[in-house]
Design a protein around this ligand. Structure first.
Ligand SMILES: [Mn+2]
Length: 461
């Protein structure tokens, strides 16, 4: 668990940031997560504490809540000590009182007191809930209709927390390095083991084994697919066939809750064929362009556009695109091949703080562009040292999208559809790295992992 001194300092900083935003009275409510039933109450999904709760209170056990009184700065945790009936099932756990003390909190109240205390608080401040249990508890405690709980969530609280969590301190960077390290091991295990004739499920199992062996688990459901052009394909039923590409997008979560998120694309056989290799090298160059442009003081939107430009230039060298690459990117023609965003923040959530609302998390209060492609970019704001984000360009040949654009003769100035058809068999290629923004630029987190085509082929034996 994070040190009491760090947690106490974070709560004090939150109070100071709220005061600077004109909020200095009332109670900040942090309902923790409970168990979440999969198909009946006693068969739950793996427990995951709310990330802001972890950040400020450090306690990862179900059915807790916490509150900070803004006038006094006093913090309290609400929860119940296990009794003998619980211990029979869970074994003895450290007492909640001692766990709270280790988090720098002296006051522990029964869990049932949280809602009445909140009802009496005068002014209450809360984050928009993303779980129904939390929504219902807040609605009842605040005497509100459930629909009103999200719309009345505290914008200053969202802004104050985004301002803190977006900058990772040294201890957090060390945890992220650990998460990326386990994630690299997951990807290297797949590179070493995936063979023609195996199922996608067997590769997903190898990858998952590494994540669990790391002590934590997965940071999101594994994408292990022979059909990389289906962006979020969680189906694992296909058999790996010689000649195709395999796309793995998977990450580990550490015991403390920090996430890694990498994507690797490799040949199912031992070598890329010439077209696969051409597309693969363009994706790598787009990643390099994105990393070079992701630096402090510059909007991440510029890094996205730099990667898009590298894709347009690279595809023009193959005759797939044509015309001025800057004009093509400005028009959005490259999005036929690169229809998603270049990256997102990474931290206690794999899409860090996404529950707090993208407008404030990814765009400093502005919003996404409506242009196809850019409309899928989660992160557009100016970068600051200490931010952690992914860079994950891809090139995909999505048959349905190509057919639609071709029938509409869309962007024919910039796209040669006959050449597109010649490369359609490549399917999908994505490469993803995790980056820390530094004072002068950025650096890739985790142990060295050479993604050059030669190194990938060497890893395939
Ligand atoms: Mn990602």
């Amino acid at each position: 668990m994070t040190d009491a001194s760090i947690l106490t300092a974070r709560r004090a900083t939150l109070r100071a940031r709220l005061a600077a935003l004109g909020v200095d009275r009332g109670t900040v409510a942090f309902p923790g997560n409970g168990e979440s039933p999969m198909n009946y109450r006693d068969n739950a999904y793996p427990f995951r504490q709310d990330s802001s709760f972890l950040y400020f209170f450090g306690l990862s056990r179900p059915d807790l809540a916490a509150a900070i009184e803004l006038e006094s700065g006093h913090s309290a945790v609400y929860g119940d000590e296990g009794d003998l009936d619980d211990i029979i099932w869970t074994g003895p756990l450290p007492s909640l009182a001692s766990a709270a003390e280790a988090a720098g909190i002296g006051t522990v109240k029964p869990r049932a007191a949280f809602a009445p205390d909140l009802g009496k608080a005068g002014t209450a401040h809360w984050l928009p809930p993303y779980r129904a249990d939390t929504l219902h508890e807040l609605a009842a405690a605040l005497g509100m209709a459930p629909d009103a709980v999200n719309s009345s969530a505290s914008l200053p609280l969202v802004k104050a927390i985004v301002g803190m969590r977006e900058i990772k301190d040294d201890a957090e960077v060390a945890e992220l390095e650990k998460a990326v390290g386990i994630t690299v091991a997951m990807h290297k295990a797949a590179l070493a083991a995936a063979k023609p004739g195996m199922t996608e499920a067997a590769v997903a199992a190898i990858v998952t084994r590494e994540a669990i062996s790391g002590g934590g688990g997965l940071s999101f459901p594994v994408i292990a697919t022979t059909r990389g052009a289906i962006l979020h394909n969680h189906d694992h039923s296909r058999v790996l066939a010689e000649g195709g590409l395999f796309l793995l997008d998977a990450g580990a979560e550490t015991v403390s809750g920090y996430a890694g998120d990498l994507t690797t694309t490799f040949p199912i056989g031992r070598r890329f064929d010439s077209r696969q290799r051409e597309i693969y090298d363009i994706v790598l160059s787009a990643g390099e362009a994105g990393c070079a442009a992701a630096k402090p003081g510059r909007p991440f939107l510029e890094a996205h556009l730099a990667a898009a430009r590298a894709i347009a230039v690279g595809l023009a060298s193959l005759g797939i695109m044509r015309g001025d690459p800057d004009d093509a990117v400005a028009a959005g023609a490259h999005a036929l091949f690169f229809p998603h965003g270049l990256g997102h923040q990474l931290g206690l959530d794999v899409h860090d703080m996404e529950n707090l609302g993208e407008r404030h998390v990814g765009y400093d209060g502005a919003g996404r562009s409506e242009q196809f492609g850019l409309s899928a970019l989660r992160l557009g704001k100016a970068l600051k040292p200490g931010m952690v984000h992914t860079v994950e360009p891809g090139i995909y040949f999505i048959p349905e999208l190509i057919a639609r654009w071709k029938s509409e003769r869309k962007f024919e100035t910039y796209i040669d559809y006959a050449a597109v058809d010649r490369y359609a068999g490549v399917g999908g290629v994505r490469n993803e790295v995790n980056r820390l923004v530094t004072a002068v630029g950025g650096r890739t987190l985790g142990p060295a992992f050479d993604k050059s085509a030669a190194a990938i082929e060497a890893a395939r034996g």
